[in-house]
Design a protein around this ligand. Structure first.
Ligand code: MEV
Length: 428
């Protein structure tokens, strides 16, 4: 191989057994036997399931699975499973959830679980007339769509409506048909995509045009969830802090640069629950951020206000495209356990919990930002991580971390020095 360039063009890689795939990767990257063994440790994801979930599998990767506590949502208590790589998120969510345990706690309400399937039709002459013709045949088109998913229909879901638009593209007019489908407890992509593909030939016939894209829209504007909460200012540390949280909200409303970070804090919580329950988190993110920009300017998904009685009020609204049946949710054994811990019975309820978590997460971030800043808490966790990396175990982890914080030297080399000292039996 010397002098020869490595190539990533590997014919039939996907067909190889896992052992051969991993051998190729091992040679490619010079992985050690220990590294290969670690990669091949599928942990709590059975290997056969993992191998079937995606293609070209050469191992699995574990993330910590935590539960956020203190959540009272619509008068019911929840333990909320969260999977995330970022320190502080779970602690922050739990903390804010405690502050929002006032009366019924966080109130959340999801609307209908409707998704939009898009069919784009090009090369149409007299597009307005053809759009009208499509609407004339609405019933027959909806019936054909319904036939694609009798199970969904049996459970009370199915196609609900058809909307038709003529849009001007730089290559002339095109027709965009929206098929509205009540997807019930599914995320809905499979059901909607199947229906969109099935009705496309009918639309081609009616319009004389050609159907191009037939796919769900992740701009899930018909699947909105709202969460709000009201808590006495003393529950969050006093009126001054409440007012500063409102001020932070106002800044986010005025400045997209801040709004993006504000929303990132909300998504910290929502995506952590999405990961724990094996949702399509890219869809959630795409839809949420598009919704934040629906007015043409990127805005915060939540707002915070102090009312005349000195209560802090938070309100969050976003689309959530999530499911509890189908997809990885029912395949990944840990996602199934996550749903069991949550105890949710419908996708609507899961959406409500996720929105509530987003609101609490947002409060935690803003509260930290307007008081001590977020670095203090982060640095404590960072110090503990450094101590572990430096070889500390058990009680020594906190001891080393505390020393680093006290000395204002939260660095790996110092962690190592302290651990070595402690292991030699010297005081640190
Ligand atoms: C960090 O992951 C999230 C925050 O930046 C959110 C915010 O600024 O509101 C703290």
């Amino acid at each position: 191989m010397t002098g020869q360039q490595k190539t990533s063009r590997i014919e039939g890689f996907y067909k190889l057994p896992l052992e051969e795939k991993i051998k190729i990767v091992k040679d490619w990257a010079g992985l050690t036997d220990e590294e290969v063994a670690l990669l091949l440790n599928f942990g709590n994801l059975p290997r056969d399931i993992g191998e079937r979930m995606i293609e070209n599998v050469v191992g699995a990767m574990s993330y910590p699975f935590a539960v956020a506590v203190n959540f009272l949502i619509n008068g019911r208590d929840y333990l909320v499973p969260m999977v995330i790589e970022e320190a502080s998120v779970v602690a922050a969510a739990s903390n804010a959830a405690r502050m929002l345990r006032y009366e019924k706690g966080i109130v959340a309400e999801a609307g209908p679980q409707e998704m939009i399937g898009q069919i784009h039709i090009v090369n149409v002459t007299a597009p307005q007339a053809k759009a009208a013709r499509i609407l004339e045949h609405k019933q027959e088109i909806l019936e054909h769509a319904a036939q694609q998913d009798p199970v969904l229909v049996k459970y009370g879901g199915g196609p609900r409506d058809l909307e038709v638009r003529v849009v001007d593209t730089r290559k002339g007019p095109a027709i965009i048909v929206h098929l509205i489908v009540d997807v019930r407890d599914a995320m809905g992509a499979n059901a909607v995509n199947t229906m969109a593909e099935a009705i496309a030939p009918i639309l081609e016939k009616l319009t004389g045009g050609q159907a191009r894209l037939r796919i769900i829209s992740n701009y899930a504007t018909r699947r909105i969830v709202r969460a709000w909460a009201r808590t006495p200012a003393e529950n969050i540390g006093g009126l001054e802090i409440a007012k500063r949280i409102e001020e932070a909200s106002i800044l986010a409303e005025a400045d997209p640069y801040r709004a993006v970070t504000h929303n990132k804090g909300i998504m910290n919580g929502i995506i952590a629950v999405a990961l724990a329950t094996a949702q399509d988190h890219r869809a959630i993110e795409a839809g949420a951020h598009a919704y934040a920009a629906r007015t043409g300017v990127y805005k915060p998904l939540s707002t915070w206000e102090v009312d005349e009685e000195g209560f802090l009020n938070g309100y969050l609204e976003l689309p959530l495209q999530i499911g509890i049946v189908g997809g990885a949710t029912r395949v990944h054994p840990i996602a199934k356990i996550a749903l069991k811990i949550l105890g949710v019975n419908t996708a609507k309820e899961l959406a409500e919990v996720m929105a509530a978590v987003g609101l609490a997460q947002n409060l935690a971030a803003l509260r930290a930002l307007v008081t001590e800043g977020i670095q203090k808490g982060h640095m404590r966790l960072h110090a503990r991580n450094l101590a572990v990396m430096a070889g500390a175990t058990g009680e020594l982890i906190d001891k080393v971390a505390e020393r680093m914080i006290k000395d204002g030297r939260i660095r790996f080399d110092y962690a190592k020095e302290l651990v070595e000292k402690a292991l030699r039996g010297e005081p640190i």
